[in-house]
Design a protein around this ligand. Structure first.
Ligand code: ATP
Ligand code: MG
Length: 551
């Protein structure tokens, strides 16, 4: 990206804070809740937090926000770490909010001792009822006037397991008539007799998000705590708690979350897709998860460039998936190795080519000469794409039709002489003659043709399964449509070609390789590949076909 680009609003804030001497260096954090796999929206937050620290010589913590024992799991912790590393970022410290449970408990005691928190025995319905509405003030709970000593005793008993789930909560004592509903004595601790993936059965009370997040920021001396817009109303509580506890003054800043067309982005919805079997798992190549994009063949650079390109907005918007695909093509076009693969084959027979002869031809691996060339075997019988032949050509048809000439990529010019059909009337084979003096790189034939097609030599071809992925949803914003978002799943989001013909060099492909199957799109090896069966995923088409469909 160009250096002269103007600063985004967060960079402006950071530069100001550094120039004014407010901080010597900055610390940011990425705070995922380990209750699902990371999605492309998270990569925006990752690029932002790690990017700011990188740009200004600061550091970034990875903090697992694991204060909810019910939904969290170590599988998620591991996947999150893998995804961040894959995106190209390194954290300075790996922290867990659950490591702060003792400290958070102490903070709660401090609030109680200062008469700033109380134990409430009301049911959740009673609490909701007394809370009021945005236009009506709330009312004090009858437990609000409990003495400090009683509150201390009850809170310790809560911690010691004397009460059942929901029997009591700890609330901050702020103002039941506050204009900000979140300031109306928010709950800061609840009882939950549940096993936690790290602290086991040590705790049966757990802090609420608002009482864990800001305090964890403060414990880690986070200077700029960046979150999404829905947390704007929480900022007042964030500041209140830090002020009352008199701890390191972290500050919260908000930006618009990334939403993208033709997908859903909440972990809850993604979990439904996985659990109900609409996809094969969190890393299904159709999922908007980082692991899904990785398996589909996306590169870390393309995702980072995408996040850079969309910038940092202060208002919610829906980003076109085409922009991500554009960034991907930009990267792959320069780096992907070229290969020839025939997805829907018919046979081309060169009648004037010697039976049983094999020639070793060479084809360039990519647009950059440094990528070199690879050997490809050529023989009398070739597989070509069915769609490259037309019995009755349309206007401006430059490919095969009786009497026409085309170049076989990196090989010879051939002329179509005739064709054969099977009993069902489908074209079965095409008969051509070739011009021996028209070899690519050494063409003295003087013949010019307008079309070039790809091919694979029949006796040398290997086979592979090719998985053609398309968008998971039929509509731009499934979550905003009427009814269930799953009603809008694209039934054609995966089409499997069981037996494509591939050039033999592809049998050496590794999971890290990226390919352009010439004229067909970008592809990569899938992890389901076995010794006996190669499987390729389509990463993205060569061109943006969807924009065309939409007109
Ligand atoms: P979801 O709603 O998808 O479950 P979340 O916000 O609950 O997401 P967290 O694990 O709490 O998920 O998020 C970790 C960080 O990533 C938070 O700072 C959050 O603000 C940020 N984040 C989550 N989704 C997006 C998004 N779509 N765009 C930008 N940042 C996001
Ligand atoms: Mg969350």
């Amino acid at each position: 990206m160009s250096e002269e680009k103007s600063l985004n609003f967060l960079e402006e804030i950071v530069e100001n804070d550094l120039n004014n001497g407010k901080y010597k260096s900055i610390i940011t954090r990425f705070p995922p809740e380990p209750n699902g796999y990371l999605h492309i929206g998270h990569s925006k937050s990752i690029c932002l937090n790690f990017g700011l620290a990188q740009k200004y010589g600061g550091s970034t913590n990875l903090r697992f926000d694991d204060t909810n024992p019910i939904t969290e799991d170590t599988e998620y912790v591991e996947s999150i770490k893998e995804d961040i590393k894959w995106l190209g970022f390194n954290w300075s410290n790996e922290f867990y909010a659950s490591d702060y449970f003792n400290q958070l408990f102490e903070f709660a005691l401090t609030l109680i001792k200062n008469d700033l928190a109380y134990v409430d025995d009301s049911t959740s319905e009673e609490i909701a009822h007394l809370k009021g509405t945005p236009t009506e003030p709330g009312k004090d709970s009858i437990y609000r006037s409990r003495s400090i000593d009683e509150n201390l005793q009850l809170f310790i008993e809560m911690k010691d397991g004397k009460y059942k789930d929901g029997e009591k909560v700890l609330r901050a004592k702020i103002d039941m008539t506050h204009t900000n509903m979140l300031m109306r004595d928010p709950i800061i601790y609840r009882i939950k007799h549940a096993h936690h993936h790290r602290t086991g059965d040590k705790w049966c009370i757990y802090p609420m998000y608002d009482f864990a997040h800001g305090q964890s920021d403060s414990i880690e001396k986070i200077t700029h705590s960046i979150c999404t817009l829905e947390f704007i109303p929480h900022r007042e509580l964030y500041d209140w708690l830090i002020e009352k506890l008199n701890i390191f003054p972290s500050h919260q800043y908000e930006f618009a979350r990334l939403n993208m067309t033709y997908t859903v982005m909440s972990k809850r919805k993604l979990l439904q897709l996985v659990e109900e079997g609409h996809v094969s798992g969190w890393d299904d190549p159709r999922m908007p998860t980082i692991s899904g994009f990785r398996r589909k063949g996306y590169t870390p650079l393309s995702i980072r460039n995408f996040c850079e390109k969309i910038g940092v907005a202060k208002r919610e918007n829906l980003i076109d998936l085409s922009l991500l695909e554009f960034c991907l093509r930009e990267d792959l076009n320069n780096t992907a190795k070229r290969a020839m693969v025939v997805l829907d084959p018919i046979k081309l027979i060169i009648t004037n080519y010697e039976d049983g002869k094999t020639e070793e031809l060479h084809s360039e691996n990519g647009p950059d000469e440094n990528m070199g060339t690879r050997a490809i075997p050529f023989s009398k019988e070739l597989w070509i794409e069915r769609e490259d032949f037309m019995e009755v050509p349309e206007k401006k048809w430059f490919r095969l039709t009786p009497g026409s000439m085309v170049r076989l990529k990196s090989a010879y010019i051939v002329k179509c002489e005739s064709f054969e059909k099977d009993n069902a009337g489908n074209v079965k084979a095409i008969h051509c003659t070739y011009f021996p003096d028209s070899k690519s790189g050494n063409d003295t034939s003087g013949i010019t043709v307008k079309g070039t097609i790809h091919w694979v030599s029949v006796p040398h071809a290997k086979t592979a399964e090719v998985r053609m992925y398309d968008r998971l949803f039929k509509v731009e914003n499934p979550a905003a449509e009427e009814g269930d978002f799953k009603d809008y799943i694209n039934p054609h989001s995966l089409e499997i070609i069981p037996n494509a013909y591939i050039e033999s060099s592809l049998t050496n492909a590794t999971l890290d390789d990226r390919f352009q199957f010439i004229r067909k799109g970008y592809f990569c090896l899938d992890k389901d590949t076995t010794k006996d069966k190669l499987i390729f995923n389509r990463t993205v088409t060569l061109k943006d076909t969807w924009s065309k469909v939409k007109g």
